[in-house]
Design a protein around this ligand. Structure first.
Ligand code: ADP
Ligand code: ADP
Length: 227
């Protein structure tokens, strides 16, 4: 797995919003939660780690190496991102999973389908023409699409998982199941963005953001004690 560090990162979207001198670490193999209200800068942090944008000041380091020294290809191979609003996915549930598991035995694809509770929907298209209604319609619910997006993020080979409010649309049973699936990926480093402190009880460390700044860091218990 990999260590991620933000070192005094500032980034301006051009209108004064963005990040102001953000620093924190995601230790190798740890799960760190980024918590804060909407607009706090959580998604911007996840974007900078993927090098969608370059910091105006400061740097993001991966195992001590500045992201600017790594190719986009290398970044893509080392990290995976499950976004908050899953993109439109082509093909079927099964083909989406199989795509991330080239040469994997049938049993492995099946195991992943079960792990995210999508085995009964394996032949559905995430989105497409709904023959019954005769119009373009959604074939998977928001929660089902979110589970598929996370399943793709859990596929093997990536050392760093970036999750943006990964289970916001899920019911408690599916949320528990997915949380376990994420936790069972031992040796992976996980950075997860969330609105509320109460949903990230199991993170090793929490980084609280507000208006583009880090305002507190600590374990869940430490943060609850002084708030
Ligand atoms: P969060 O993920 O915590 O909700 P964001 O990182 O999305 O916060 O947003 C941080 C700030 O940057 C907000 O003030 C938001 O309005 C602004 N912002 C986000 N994306 C853009 C963008 N593409 N262009 C301009 N401002 C943006
Ligand atoms: P809400 O939308 O209800 O305010 P959040 O936006 O805070 O909740 O949701 C963030 C999501 O991140 C929660 O649904 C939670 O299950 C999920 N989450 C929290 N900790 C972890 C973790 N360690 N691994 C994966 N997902 C997590």
């Amino acid at each position: 797995s990999v260590h991620v560090g933000l070192r005094g990162v500032s980034f301006d979207y051009g209108d004064g919003s963005g990040l102001h001198e953000v620093s924190f670490d995601v230790p190798r193999g740890a799960t760190v939660a980024l918590v804060g209200p909407s607009g706090a800068g959580k998604s911007t942090v996840l974007s900078l780690i993927q090098r969608f944008y370059e910091p105006d000041a400061g740097s993001v380091v991966l195992d001590g190496v500045d992201l600017r020294c790594l190719s986009h290809r290398e970044l893509r191979e080392r990290m995976t991102y499950a976004e908050q609003e899953p993109a439109v996915l082509e093909g079927t549930v099964r083909s989406n999973i199989a795509l991330g598991l080239p040469d994997a035995p049938e049993s492995r694809v099946r195991a992943v389908l079960h792990e995210v509770n999508l085995a009964t929907l394996e032949h559905r298209s995430p989105e497409g023409l709904d023959a019954a209604v005769g119009e373009r319609g959604v074939r998977l619910s928001g929660g089902e699409r979110q589970r598929l997006t996370i399943a793709r993020a859990l596929l093997p080979g990536r050392e760093l998982l970036l999750l943006d409010e990964p289970t916001a649309q899920l019911d408690p049973a599916n949320e528990d199941q997915l949380r376990q699936a994420i936790r069972s990926r031992q040796g992976r480093t996980v950075l997860v963005a969330a609105h509320r402190l109460s949903t990230v009880l199991d993170a090793d460390r929490i980084v609280v953001m507000e208006s583009g700044r880090v305002v507190a860091t600590g374990t869940h218990d430490e943060l609850v004690r002084c708030s």
